[in-house]
Design a protein around this ligand. Structure first.
Ligand code: CTP
Length: 397
């Protein structure tokens, strides 16, 4: 699981730092690449020589390599890592992480890291229980950092209680778990839109489309089955869905879909826009039923908000946005343009020229175009199987 994975271990000043020697040894045994960085005070607890020998790499602790005037590039370190584990995380470092104080190579690397970050606190029980420490930990979790709870037991102070850093074997299991593809979706927040939108002309008429919602519902189900927390924003469909991991928000119009997506997007690691959103909506909605009085009737339409484009503009590092493109001509070029203009990570193209693909059928034939320029065409399959292919692709992204 950890073979060739790049693990950045950040060690801070706590007696539990000695346990990191065992962790590094276990990681190297599991064929991971390990880079250790330390704070100055961590060196009081374990020597850089021990950790550099075990990790087979020099250990970094300052911005500068004093002997030749070079500097240790924290941005590069943050980009290099697949995972950053701050262990032991002292009360002091947790406070700095919560406030964004950048006074060491370790803090600069944490603040610039693009990879997921976990922290394993280690401290005396009173320090751990102090409301400021607890508030800082809450804040770090809200920032998206993973918290590895300390155990209860005898502490270095002689006291007994909560504050003991997780054991090296537990830290190894935690990291292995992170790289286990079958756990990828567990507890992840996923936002899926599905179905058509109905844009009201008057109280009884609307502009709609033939989308059944089947693709979006199949995706929501597939994510939920893999343990994700799914929010499904659905336009009017006849489909039923009942899964403990799926929260359904029923909407009617593009404007309502936009509001529901906006409210749930910031909290979602993955957003898939499978809905067939109306591009135009009647500029004015008649409050009474329009009577048949004239030979010609013109309805003025105004553009709706492009929701996929909106989430593409708003997304932060670590969030993925995925869209569909239903095309009839110049399929691939149009889909590639949508990928760019909507700043999406992946576009799933289906062509109405392919029999069995598109609206209101149980099958689909897709081509996936990702942000790295990779294009992959798939056979005609059931929408449930297509959903599996899409989930598989997302784990690679
Ligand atoms: N989409 C959206 N909001 C809109 C229109 C579309 O979020 N107002 C999303 C769809 O859910 C889909 C993707 O954008 O994931 C592409 O939709 P599509 O209708 O194929 O493309 P459009 O951007 O509407 O462009 P065009 O109609 O010109 O092909």
């Amino acid at each position: 699981m950890l073979k060739d994975k790049k693990i950045l271990i950040a060690v801070t000043g706590s007696i539990a730092a000695y346990k990191i020697a065992s962790l590094v040894r276990l990681l190297i045994k599991a064929k991971a690449e390990v880079q250790v960085i330390m704070t100055e005070s961590a060196k009081e607890f374990i020597t850089p020589l021990t950790l550099s020998t075990l990790s087979k790499k020099p250990v970094y602790f300052s911005f500068y390599k004093t002997e030749n005037g070079e500097w240790n590039n924290h941005v590069e370190l943050g980009l290099w890592a697949d995972y950053m584990l701050i262990a032991p995380a002292s009360a002091n470092t947790i406070a700095k992480m919560s406030a964004g104080i950048c006074d060491s190579l370790l803090m600069a690397t944490y603040l610039s890291a693009k990879c997921p970050v976990a922290f394993a606190p280690a401290m005396d029980l009173d320090m751990y229980q102090h409301p400021s420490t607890q508030e800082n930990i809450e804040k770090l979790i809200a920032f998206g950092n993973e918290f590895i709870a300390p155990g209860t037991g005898e502490l270095a102070s002689g006291l007994s209680g909560e504050g003991r850093m997780a054991e090296p074997e537990e830290l190894l299991a935690f990291l292995e778990n992170k790289f286990n593809p079958s756990n990828f979706y567990s507890q992840k927040n996923v936002l899926v839109t599905a179905g058509p939108t109905h844009e009201a002309i008057d109280p009884v008429r609307f502009i709609g489309n033939a989308s059944s919602g089947k693709m979006g519902y199949a995706l929501a189900e597939a994510f939920a089955e893999k343990g994700a927390n799914v929010t499904l924003v659905s336009g009017p469909t006849n489909l039923k869905i009942n899964h403990p991991n799926i929260k359904k928000i029923a909407i009617t119009s593009a404007a309502e879909m936009f509001e529901a997506v906006k409210a749930n997007f910031a909290n979602s690691a993955i957003t898939v826009m499978a809905a067939a959103v109306a591009d135009y909506s009647p500029t004015h909605q008649a409050t009474e039923k329009i009577k048949k009085t004239t030979d010609n009737l013109q309805i003025a339409l105004s553009k709706t908000i492009d929701i996929l484009q909106y989430v593409g503009e708003q997304k932060k590092a670590g969030q993925l946005t995925i869209g569909f493109a239903l095309e009839t001509t110049n399929e691939l070029v149009n889909a590639q343009n949508k990928l760019k203009s909507k700043n999406a990570d992946l576009i799933i193209l289906n062509s109405l020229n392919d029999e069995g693909a598109g609206f209101n059928v149980d099958s689909n034939k897709i081509t996936m175009i990702d942000k790295n320029g990779q294009i992959e065409a798939f056979e005609l399959k059931s929408k449930n199987k297509v959903a599996q292919d899409i989930l598989q692709k997302i784990t690679q992204l």
